[in-house]
Design a protein around this ligand. Sequence first.
Ligand code: NAD
Ligand code: UGA
Length: 460
Amino acid sequence: MADVLSALMKICCIGAGYVGGPTMAMIAHKCEDIEVTVVDLNEERIAAWNSEKLPIYEPGLEEIVSDARGRNLFFSTAVDESIAEADIVFISVNTPTKTYGTGAGKAADLKYIELCARQIAKVSTTDKIIVEKSTIPVRTATTIKRILSSGNSNVKFQVLSNPEFLAEGTAIKDLMAPDRVLIGGEESEAGQKAIQTLVDVYARWVDKANILTTNVWSSELSKLTANAFLAQRISSINAISSLCEVTGANVDEVARAIGMDSRIGPKFLKASVGFGGSCFQKDVLNLVYLCEHYGLHKEAEYWEQVITMNDHQKKRFVDKIVKTLFNTVSGKKIAILGFAFKKDTNDTRETAAIYVCRDLIEEQAHVCIYDPQVPAEKIYADLEISEDDPRVTICSSAKEAATDAHAIAILTEWDEFKDIDFKGVYQSMLKPAFLFDGRNILDRGRLEEIGFEVYGVGSA
Ligand code: NAD
Ligand code: UGA
């Protein structure tokens, strides 16, 4: 590990997912002299990373992958070999909510992290820096260190925490110019040296003032805290959206008014059908579990409300549809525009659309779904139904989804939805034609002029 920057540095990243793929592609793109290998057990995923059709849709990703792939960026299933050769090993595997045993439904399942640590301990014959890139509970580094110390006693490891703050849909922009890069390490001389090695990698393109170094625990906890604060803002504005709907206030106007207070700021104040994505819910629940674990029950209850409010918002949206459509959607066709959890991604993990569609199916509606990036088979799998289920139709355009429909529900803010010929769509629908804008992206006045009855989140 000594002076790795003077020789050809080798980085191995375990986990070729939404984080491992883009972050390593950015390091390889920015540091031509560093050999970066991303490994995964999932052969199909690795094959896709080596193909023209990447496994994840992310604006700008194709360009940086094709720049570096084959030069100093490699995707491989040779996990052991790649770990053995590396100076730095990033662990970027999934840390989902535990579904069994102690902590089920809240705690993070660290089995994949533990497996990585065991694998590293088993195959390492040279000193390495191990980087926690995955989001994990505070003090996970202790577990990793204990497992690593069970391997070859001549090999020295330093464990760093370097959480990732990218958001899907803007991952490349976020990686190119991050608000901050956070690196936590031990306060010992060896720990500080390891921190410096990683700082020097990021400093190739990130301003040093934006590279923050802390102790390991602060770094680990900062990641969960950042996601909890972001999710909390959404639940807060969504709680206000209900009040707007019954009082005649408009949530976008309220958000604008409060966001101009520099202490509050304008970002993350968009009321919606509820936040989705693989991390907010799991990370807030993880924080709740941690608080409970340390006996901080009031704190746990406080953070749990963020999730309670988000579940309520999704449910409230379906209730609004059913109530508006004369208290029944049974046998009615409902067009769903957007299935991804946000625009510019094909990721559907925890998308509000899953819950909305399931509830509508439960209400016996005929649900017709269109999303520009999510493949049909993914939607069927998420809804846990077979492809010939008559209750759901996957459409190849918004117009197709809306033809003969009683209502349209917009669940993802894809830009292309703003350009739809809504006049034509309105003409193809049964009357009265309802539109439920779960993202408040459309011009309500213009739609009402066309003839739609429009319901946005957070306006009367
Ligand atoms: P992902 O599920 O897309 O990718 C994880 C990959 O790790 C999978 O391809 C899986 O096959 C692989 N894997 C698991 N165990 C392995 C092993 N032992 N050896 C080799 N490969 C293995 O997950 P993701 O979205 O990339 O998230 C990874 C971590 O980053 C999570 O902890 C998440 O909370 C965090 N995170 C995610 C985002 C995001 O936007 N998705 C942002 C910041 C942080
Ligand atoms: C989020 C964080 O923004 C990232 O910093 C973090 O790294 C990541 O989680 C993670 O740890 O996985 P992501 O979930 O990809 O990123 O996307 P966001 O832009 O945060 O959106 C999350 C959800 O909140 C989406 O469903 C989005 O539509 C919703 N949202 C966002 C709102 O409803 N209102 C808003 O104002 C903002």
